[in-house]
Design a protein around this ligand. Structure first.
Ligand SMILES: Cc1cc2nc3c(=O)[nH]c(=O)nc-3n(C[C@H](O)[C@H](O)[C@H](O)COP(=O)(O)OP(=O)(O)OC[C@H]3O[C@@H](n4cnc5c(N)ncnc54)[C@H](O)[C@@H]3O)c2cc1C
Length: 248
């Protein structure tokens, strides 16, 4: 495993998804250390003097693939003071510092997997999904919840994986659904559905047909993690099968 390194980056691009959700593309000054899908980085918008202390920062899943060491991508939702500062200050060309890699939220690639993502929590899974190869012995199920369909990130990646990986399936949950989106995804390979409401353990387990023997990976905001974990446990999923990317 790589030793974490501190690296200066330039903001290469910002995508505004609406509802204060953003994708940030970074261009590191030097190639980033090797990392594994599911790991995270610390980002600070303050200047950092390598001879001094690391400034205040927040952590974000690395959404880009480890195959690309010359760029980094993260997605964030404005939640509090620090992410509001990022929203105000991050513009293309702006310098930031990151330190990486951290974390052990790594999906076991030898087993079936159930991925439950809330909002920008999808980014803990995107590097894994980018590298997902067809495997007749393995299935990967993703349930992905967001406030509105416009906030479903990485739709091109999800669609591409549905095209290339027969064992991959997706179920969307939108708090405010949009018939246009439901119709559009129904035309994707394996016709994913978009259910109304929040991620729901009962609906997910129903979809899996007693797939409770698979490892379940959860990533997203703290309230979602707490509610879904309690619900999965109440519905008989053993604690040992639930893995959490704890956002605190
Ligand atoms: C492993 C992991 C991965 C994450 N990945 C993502 C992601 O991909 N996208 C995303 O949107 N969010 C992600 N988060 C959450 C993100 O790091 C922020 O915590 C979240 O966005 C809260 O918003 P904020 O920092 O603006 O809130 P704030 O109100 O500024 O702070 C929220 C929390 O940060 C901590 N905090 C407060 N002050 C400080 C300080 N001076 N130094 C250090 N910590 C402090 C406190 O615990 C506080 O409750 C992740 C969190 C974790 C743990």
């Amino acid at each position: 495993m790589s030793m974490p390194r501190k690296i200066r980056c330039a903001v290469a691009g910002i995508t505004d998804h609406g509802d204060r959700v953003y994708t940030v593309d970074l261009e590191p000054a030097v190639p980033v250390p090797a990392f594994r899908p599911g790991q995270f980085l610390h980002l600070t918008v303050d200047d950092y003097d390598p001879a001094g202390f690391w400034p205040e920062s927040r952590v974000f899943s690395i959404a880009s693939s480890p195959k690309h060491r010359d760029r980094l991508r993260l997605c964030y939702a404005v939640k509090g003071r620090y992410t509001a500062r990022m929203e105000a200050e991050l513009v293309p060309g702006r310098a930031v510092w990151v330190k990486l890699p951290y974390g052990d939220f790594v999906i076991d690639s030898s087993q079936d997997a159930v991925l439950l993502a809330g909002g920008t929590g999808l980014t803990a899974f995107t590097a894994f999904l980018e590298n997902l190869e067809p495997d007749p012995c393995r299935s990967v199920f993703l349930a992905y919840g967001a406030r509105t369909p416009a906030l479903f990130l990485f739709q091109d990646l999800l669609r591409a994986r549905l095209e290339t990986v027969p064992g991959f399936s997706v179920l969307f949950f939108a708090e405010t659904p949009d018939p246009g989106f439901s119709e559009a995804v129904a035309g994707w390979p394996r016709s994913p559905r978009c259910l109304a409401g929040r991620l729901d353990a009962g609906r997910i387990l129903q979809e899996l047909n007693a797939g409770a023997s698979r490892a379940v990976y959860l990533s997203g905001p703290p309230a979602m993690l707490t509610a879904l974990t309690m619900d999965l446990r109440a519905k008989g999923v053993p604690a040992g099968q639930i893995r959490i990317d704890a956002w605190e």
